[in-house]
Design a protein around this ligand. Structure first.
Ligand code: NAI
Length: 396
């Protein structure tokens, strides 16, 4: 079939298998171009099919020849109906891994559930024995707690006061003011239950109990801080509370891993266009200004550049992992540079519907958004029929 982008709000309802494949191949080539990393050999990535998790899987496999198991929640294709991009990304990743002689298997299901945890445990026992790196990269709006059966929904709201600021509809380029009403105490609890560290802790507890973590194993989850401009809706909002919880969970997990010499880290990453970040008000305007400044400075990075650097320059250097005073790894260092932030703050004041096409990188934002779904990717001929029914070879 011929597949075209079908937009609805913050999401695209279709995705293109060839475009997704090309994106994965480009990421693999990038990692290979940066040379071998003396990194992990057996890796579990939870949230492995898109964004930072996919980049982590690719960096593990093609940077340090690791065997990988990927867990994700994606929609398989049906005849005449494309699957979700993470499905096609994983199919492409596994094809490339197999060609390179690398072990790669995948589990598609709800990572918050006991069933998927058990399935993963069984697979590790059968195939890999022990894991030396667990990446936790879930971004989800909803979680059913397996212990209580309660379904929690996360919200993106400020705490205490309503918040008014500019935002952009990146499809139309229209900049307008948005007011977001403050959350309720339950909103905070629910957002922490979904995006905080409880599930990360559960995963590591289960893996440890089953003796599936190798000596000195590490686990890494991803967080975000960002500037004052976005803090009311991000770091000091409901999602920020969840990130606070995730970050403090690293210490709890490290305690539990002491006897095997293991450690849990949180890496604070850069703001990037992913399916998760596009849904947060205000952030797309910030990202389009940030991209403009970082590209002009020659310091722009995407998910793969960020994660390749995380592995090569932070986690696997052969010496101690550098962290900030709170124990977090920082690969948002370039985004948070003072000169970058002061330029973005200046542009923010000027941003409106008329100025944004010049002062911001709205074009880059839109292009990255389309790329997430395999569209607008160089070297892909969108006029050629493609088979939407792509299998993931190592799906368990
Ligand atoms: P994403 O939306 O690209 O990826 C999310 C992944 O989680 C996908 O593989 C998806 O299949 C999987 N997933 C979602 N719900 C699931 C479930 N119930 N069971 C199994 N898998 C499930 O997200 P992105 O942006 O890569 O986010 C990953 C982490 O990085 C999040 O913690 C996010 O807060 C953090 N982060 C994101 C930044 C950004 O600007 N995008 C910046 C800094 C950190």
């Amino acid at each position: 079939m011929i597949i075209e982008p079908k937009m609805r709000g913050f999401i695209c309802l279709t995705s293109h298998p060839k475009g997704c494949e090309q994106n994965v191949v480009n990421q693999i080539n990038y990692v290979k171009s940066k040379g071998a990393i003396d990194g992990p050999k057996k890796v579990l990535v939870i949230g492995a099919s898109t964004g930072f998790g996919l980049a982590s899987r690719i960096t593990s496999a093609f940077g340090s020849n690791a065997s990988t198991i990927g867990v994700f929640f994606e929609k398989p294709p049906q005849p005449g109906k494309p699957g979700s991009p993470g499905w096609y990304n994983t199919a492409a990743f596994e094809k490339q891994a197999k060609q390179a002689g690398l072990y790669a298997k995948s589990i598609n299901g709800d990572a918050f559930s006991n069933e998927v945890k058990q399935k993963t445990i069984d697979l590790i026992k059968a195939d890999l024995g022990q894991i030396d790196l667990v990446i936790y990269s879930l971004a989800s709006p909803v979680r059913t707690n397996p212990k209580t059966g309660i379904t929690h929904r996360s919200v993106l709201k400020p705490i205490g006061n309503s918040f008014t600021n500019k935002t952009v509809d990146f499809h139309t380029g229209i900049v307008s003011n948005i007011t977001i009403e403050p959350c309720t105490p339950e909103d905070i609890e629910n957002t922490v239950a979904v995006m905080g560290g409880e599930d990360w802790d559960l995963w590591i507890e289960e893996l440890k109990k089953e003796n599936l973590l190798a000596p000195n194993a590490i686990t890494v989850a991803y967080s975000y801080i960002g500037p004052a401009l976005t803090e009311a809706v991000y770091r000091k909002g409901t999602i920020g509370r969840a990130k606070d919880h995730l970050e403090s969970t690293a210490a709890t997990i490290t305690d539990k891993l002491k006897d095997i010499g293991g450690k849990a880290y949180v890496s604070v990453n850069k703001a990037l266009v992913t399916q998760a970040s596009s849904a947060i008000p205000v952030i797309p305007l910030y990202i389009s200004l940030l991209y403009k400044v970082m590209k002009a400075e020659g310091i722009h990075e995407g998910c793969i550049e960020q994660i390749q650097r995380l592995f090569q320059a932070r986690l696997y250097t052969g010496s101690a992992v550098p962290t900030d005073a709170e124990g977090r790894i920082r690969i948002d260092d370039l985004e948070m540079r003072e000169d970058v932030q002061s330029k973005v703050a200046e542009l923010w004041k000027q941003a409106d519907t008329d100025t944004l096409p010049n002062i911001g990188d709205l074009k880059g934002y839109k292009n990255d958004f389309l790329n997430l779904f395999g569209f607008s990717v160089d070297k892909v001929d969108y006029l050629v029929d493609v088979n939407e029914n792509v299998d993931i070879e190592g799906l368990v």
